[in-house]
Design a binder for this molecule. Sequence first.
Ligand code: PMP
Length: 460
Amino acid sequence: MSAITNHMPTAELQALDAAHHMHPFTANDELAEKGARIITRARGVHLTDSEGNEIMDAMAGLWCVNIGYGRDELADVAARQMRELPYYNTFFMTTHVPAIALAKKIAELAPGDLNHVFFAGSGSEANDTNIRMVRHYWAQKGKPTKSVIISRHNAYHGSSVGSGSLGGMSAMHEQGGLPIPDIHHIDQPHWWAEGGDMDPETFGLQRAQELEKAILELGEDRVAAFIAEPVQGAGGVIVPPASYWPEIQRICDKYEILLIADEVICGFGRTGEWFGCQTMGIRPDIMTIAKGLSSGYAPIGGSVVSDEVAAVIGSGEFNHGYTYSGHPVAAAVALENLRILEEEGVIPHVRDVAGPYLKEKWEALADHPLVGEARIVGMMGSIALVPNKNSRAPFAEAGTAGFVCRERCFANNLVMRHVGDRMIISPPLVITTDEIDVLIARARLALDECYAELQKRNLL
Ligand code: PMP
């Protein structure tokens, strides 16, 4: 059998892909018709495809390649670790140096007394750990009825049965028998879409108080935890009003509900601090981490846990774990990634240089006739496409404008994603100001072309 390589014609690779490879979150009929885009290599903030196009990746893959592509240091560390100890588990009272060193480093970087790490292979797995951990925590404390976890509609926490249940994506709940029992969803703080006549701060407060209402309705003795992304990512980069998080923190404190910050996207610098909870001024008991932990160079995630929660969980056996919990190669790669983030000052770069620069340019897109609002925190931003700039009313046919805009981005060698009619970005954190200029110029061009296309189709 001949080897399948980057040098094969695109159409041949696409045919093989369509024949044998099942894609996540992909409209399969459309894929079969058009063929997948084949990415062959990447460096810095750019991807190269099989047709030789150089594409700026303003999504950092799936919000994960924080240090950018092509860092040899990580490849070297992975090769060294594979030669020395490619695998051993951390079950049954064994450990290894990469897991020890990475857990210690994460504990140093994490705020407050979040000093303990339970490793997983991904964000979904880590959130599954969290479900079992918070329920077991309350059982160990003699309160086994506290099993309900409160989350939010339109949240994303992963794609496994547990984490998909925590998430509030209705399209996911429609398939495969989700949610599992004892997960309760409240409304999201999405002022632009759901705020009506209210001002954003009053609305933010009201949405936070839904948590208190839910606790009182369900009963304090039933509720184990509240989970949320500091800034919703996959839901459309929804930046909550400033009033939201302080009120959530107050409610969690008052009712002694564990607060889980899902930092899978926000963690490791994306918001301009090490963790999104620091940007939002909250004190979680547990943080979910993945993605930026290794900049996507190796699959790894985890739950970062407070002293108190760790002490309770650690008072007996926790019957939980994954073959790849603390995988030595992934852990070594993650540690090297954290070294680069720290020693190269990537977080100050986001906070003081690239972040403010991108914010100014991104928010200026709000002058475009197709753009209703532009929001951004650090290196995660969104714009709302609207048919009429003078109102927040959405397009009659949701998602078409976003889809057209995304296609125009691709055609102009820019990866932006669309969530309905919101366009979102999450570029590598190492992006330079010159590269930001290119990003914005391509985004503007795509918006112009999208506007023209929507006019042609009478959708404006
Ligand atoms: N939580 C959040 C906030 C995420 O954005 C994601 C992935 N987009 C996950 C969890 C799931 O992570 P994974 O895909 O690594 O399982």
